[in-house]
Ligand binder design. Sequence first.
Ligand SMILES: NC(=O)c1ccc[n+]([C@@H]2O[C@H](COP(=O)([O-])OP(=O)(O)OC[C@H]3O[C@@H](n4cnc5c(N)ncnc54)[C@H](O)[C@@H]3O)[C@@H](O)[C@H]2O)c1
Length: 300
Amino acid sequence: MLSIDLTGRRALVAGVADDGGFGFAIAKALAEAGASVSVGTWPPALNIFTNLLERGKMDESRKMSNGELLQFERIYPLDAAYDTLADAPDDIRTNKRYKDTGDFSIEGLTNRIRQDFGEQPLDIVVHSLANGPEVKKPLLETSRNGYLTAVSVSAYSLVAMVSRLGPLVRRGGSFVSLTYMAGERVIPGYGGGMSSAKAALESDTRTLAYEAGRKYGLRVNTISAGPFASRAASAIGIIDRMVEYCAANSPLSDPLTAEEVGVTAAFLSSPLGSGITGTTIYVDKGYHTMGMAVTAIGGD
Ligand SMILES: NC(=O)c1ccc[n+]([C@@H]2O[C@H](COP(=O)([O-])OP(=O)(O)OC[C@H]3O[C@@H](n4cnc5c(N)ncnc54)[C@H](O)[C@@H]3O)[C@@H](O)[C@H]2O)c1
């Protein structure tokens, strides 16, 4: 039987702070396939996340097909806006949610993984994070600062992660990120430079695939997911309408699940995906293929 087998592989999923988003579903799918999984969690959300875990509030969603609960090998603090601790401004470093976490930068994460597991302990890295402080503003009204923050946190962070974590990933390993169609087509309401960030992320996926492929023998792909009501997506303000619209106008009319994105990431990260790199894979019920709204002609 052909199956996704990640036994003996180690994964890091950056961007998990609850059980409601793609990062969690990807972590679970990787664990279902046999990988050991660590996560990177944004410091402002870290306490709430570990409390919910300890108090058993996520036990239902952590339940795996073998009846055991999904375990995280490590939970690392990570603010992907900063490459080094010195890059973080004072008010962040001294903030009560940050000050006791140790080095939460991408370099700090890299050092901790090296200390915990050795020089080349990883096989899979997943980038499942984004933030655009002005996402509700149209691009025309977005400030330079808002735009640059969106691109820095949501796109450059992938470049920095491949650059710093790449040497820790064993040959044949894989990086996967999450993008959205707003990087290539207009999605009204997805503002603040987030569309620009996704365009950069998709372009960088191709260039990083070439560079990390030649340098380390690694693969880099991105999943273009359809709209899904995660915590981050709820910040857009119109996510429920986006989900409804896609269901009404896609070739497949049932709503997208996080599990569908999770298993695609597990496949891409597995040896079964060894020939795939530099690619944007759509997991959106086929919405990207449509050129006209089904609802406009009263279809169902
Ligand atoms: N939900 C959707 O409709 C949708 C569609 C396509 C793509 N995506 C992408 O999927 C990815 C995951 O998002 P999600 O929708 O599953 O929501 P989510 O809320 O589960 O994940 C976003 C995560 O990013 C983290 N984060 C924010 N700023 C950070 C920072 N500076 N450093 C580290 N972590 C930070 C948040 O704490 C959160 O855990 C994102 O890249 C998002 O753009 C989402």
